[in-house]
Design a protein around this ligand. Structure first.
Ligand SMILES: [Zn+2]
Length: 483
C-alpha cells in the first residue's frame, strides 16, 4: 500500500549578519586612507601591518558613524563599551587576531519594522576592523589557483557588524530588510551601500521547522551575496533545499555555504567553527570606550530624515502611491531631486511621473546616476510648468527632456529660441484640419459612418505636419466640429 504523502508545512527562520564598511577617511586604528582601488599595499603602516609595539588609536569619526547607525536602528547606545581580540589565523590577517567587540558592543536591542508588519529585532551592532584581501592568480577562488597574493589596503578599515534576531520569515522579507538597511546607511552617509564592491556584506542564517514547532531547526549560513536580489534567491533556494532534505528523512548539517550566482545554488564551504575557538579577550592596547549622553544627544539631533520618514511624508502628506514613494525612497538621489524641484513646481504629481517614468528608464538604460546627467531640479520644474500650461505638447516635453538630460539648459529658453511652443492658435489649426479632411475624403466618410477610430488617423496626420507641436486636444475638438 502506498504511503500517504506527508502533510507537514514548514516555516523559515532567518537572521542576517550585515557588515557595513563605515565611510571614514582613515582606518579604525591608524591614519591610513580607506580609499578603494589603490595600488596594493600602499595604504599600510606598522599598526595595520601588525608590527610588534605599534599601538592602535581609535578613530572618533568611526565611533560617531556607529552611534548614528545604532540610533537609526532604534538601538540602545552603550555609554561604556570595550574592544576585544578575536583570534584566528589567515594570511590576510597579519596580527593573527582581529580587534572587535565581544561582550560589550556599542549598540544593542534595536529593531526595524518591515512593510509586512514583521518587527525584526536587532540583537547588537559592534565595531570591528576589516581584514585584508587575498588575490588568487590563475583561478576564480583559492582552489586551482597557481599562487595567492595579499593586499592589506583594506586591513583595519572600520566595520559595523549588525546582528539581527531570527525574526525574518521569508526570502522576500530578508531582501526588504537588506534594502532598508542599505537605504539607511546611504541616508546617514555612513557607508556608500555598494554591495558589489563589498562595502556592505551580508551572511544569511537560515533554518526551517514544521509550522507550530517552537524549537529551531539546524541552521546553515550563506555567504557571498553581492546584491539584494541574490539574497532573496539564495534564501529561497536554501529554504527549499532544507525542506526537501527533511521531507526525505535526512538531517541538516550546520555549515557555511556559498551562494553561486552562476548556477543559482548554494554550495558547501566549511563546517562551522565554535565561538570558543576564537579565544576572545579584552584588547589591552585600547582603553574602554566612553560615549557621553551629551555626545549621543548631539548626534541624535544631527540625524537626517530617514528612509521611513521620507516614505511616510510622501504617502501621507503628498498622497503618493506606495510604488512611486518606494522609487523615490529607494533611490535617494531621485527623492533628493524631487525635494529640490518641488518648491518651484505646483504640479508636483507630474514631476513625480517624470522622475519615476522617463527619467528612471533613462538612468537604467544609460547606466547613469542622476549626478551624471545635466538636468537640474529647476530645469525639470520649468519643463513641467511648460507642459502643464500647454505651452508645449507632451511629445515636445519628452524630446526636450532627453536633451536636458544630455546637454542641460533652460527649457523655457530652448522653447523660445527654437519656436517649439505648441500651436494652440485656433485659426492656424482650423486651416490645417480643413486641408487634411479635404485631402482624405474616404476616411472622412468612414468617420461620418460611425467609425470612431479613424479620428486617430487624422490626429496623426496633423501631428506629423506640425512635427508634434499641435495641441492634441484642440485638434481633436476641431476635427469633430469640421468633419
Ligand atoms: Zn595603518
Amino acid at each position: 500500500m502506498p504511503q500517504t504523502p506527508t502533510q507537514t508545512e514548514y516555516e523559515a527562520v532567518i537572521g542576517l549578519e550585515i557588515h557595513v564598511q563605515l565611510r571614514t577617511q582613515s582606518k579604525l586604528f591608524c591614519p591610513d586612507s580607506t580609499r578603494f582601488g589603490d595600488e596594493p599595499n600602499v595604504n599600510t603602516c606598522p599598526v595595520c601591518l601588525g608590527y610588534p609595539g605599534a599601538l592602535p588609536v581609535l578613530n572618533k569619526k568611526a565611533v560617531e558613524y556607529a552611534v548614528m547607525l545604532g540610533l537609526a536602528l532604534n538601538c540602545e547606545i552603550a555609554e561604556l563599551s570595550k574592544f576585544d581580540r578575536k583570534h584566528y589565523f589567515y594570511p590576510d590577517l597579519p596580527k593573527a587576531y582581529q580587534i572587535s567587540q565581544y561582550n560589550m558592543p556599542v549598540c544593542t536591542n534595536g529593531y526595524m519594522e518591515l512593510s509586512t508588519g514583521t518587527r525584526v529585532r536587532i540583537n547588537r551592532a559592534h565595531m570591528e576592523e576589516d581584514a585584508g584581501k587575498l588575490v588568487h592568480a590563475g583561478a576564480e577562488g583559492l582552489a586551482g589557483s597557481d599562487y595567492s597574493l595579499v593586499d592589506l589596503n583594506r586591513a583595519g578599515t572600520p566595520l559595523l557588524e549588525i546582528v539581527s534576531e531570527p525574526d525574518i520569515k521569508s526570502a522576500a522579507e530578508a531582501r526588504e530588510y537588506m534594502t532598508n538597511m542599505r537605504n539607511i546607511v546611504r541616508y546617514l552617509g555612513v557607508c556608500d551601500g555598494n554591495m558589489e564592491e563589498g562595502s556592505m556584506r551580508c551572511d544569511v542564517n537560515i533554518s526551517v521547522r514544521p509550522k507550530g514547532q517552537t524549537e529551531f531547526g539546524t541552521k546553515t549560513e550563506i555567504k557571498n551575496m553581492n546584491s539584494t536580489r541574490a539574497i532573496e534567491q539564495a534564501a529561497e533556494y536554501e529554504i527549499a533545499r532544507q525542506v526537501q532534505i527533511l521531507e526525505s528523512g535526512g538531517s541538516i548539517t550546520q555549515a557555511s555555504r556559498l551562494w553561486n550566482e552562476a548556477t543559482s545554488e548554494t554550495m558547501l564551504m566549511r563546517v562551522k567553527e565554535g565561538e570558543a575557538d576564537y579565544r576572545y579577550f579584552p584588547e589591552p592596547d585600547l582603553r574602554p570606550l566612553h560615549i557621553s549622553r551629551e555626545w549621543i544627544e548631539a548626534l541624535k539631533r544631527q540625524l537626517p530624515e530617514l528612509p521611513e520618514e521620507r516614505r511616510a511624508r510622501y504617502i501621507s502628506e503628498l498622497d503618493f502611491s506606495t510604488h512611486d514613494a518606494s522609487i523615490l525612497v529607494d533611490v535617494k538621489e531621485l527623492g533628493d531631486f524631487f525635494d529640490a524641484a518641488r518648491p518651484h513646481c505646483p504640479h508636483y504629481k507630474t514631476l513625480v511621473n517624470w522622475l519615476t517614468g522617463e527619467i528612471t528608464a533613462y538612468l537604467k538604460t544609460e547606466k547613469k546616476s542622476m549626478a551624471d546627467t545635466r538636468l537640474t531640479p529647476n530645469a525639470l520644474a520649468e519643463l513641467v510648468e511648460l507642459q502643464e500650461n500647454n505651452t508645449i505638447s507632451s511629445t515636445t516635453a519628452k524630446k526636450l527632456l532627453a536633451e536636458l538630460l544630455e546637454k542641460g539648459g533652460s527649457p523655457a529658453k530652448i522653447v523660445e529660441e527654437r519656436d517649439m511652443a505648441q500651436i494652440s492658435d485656433v485659426g492656424e489649426l482650423k486651416k490645417m484640419v480643413e486641408d487634411v479632411i479635404a485631402n482624405n475624403p474616404k476616411q472622412a466618410q468612414q468617420f461620418r459612418d460611425g467609425k470612431e477610430q479613424v479620428l486617430g488617423f487624422f490626429v496623426g496626420q496633423i501631428m506629423r505636419a506640425t512635427q508634434g507641436s499641435a495641441n492634441p486636444e484642440l485638434v481633436n475638438q476641431l476635427l469633430r466640429e469640421l468633419i
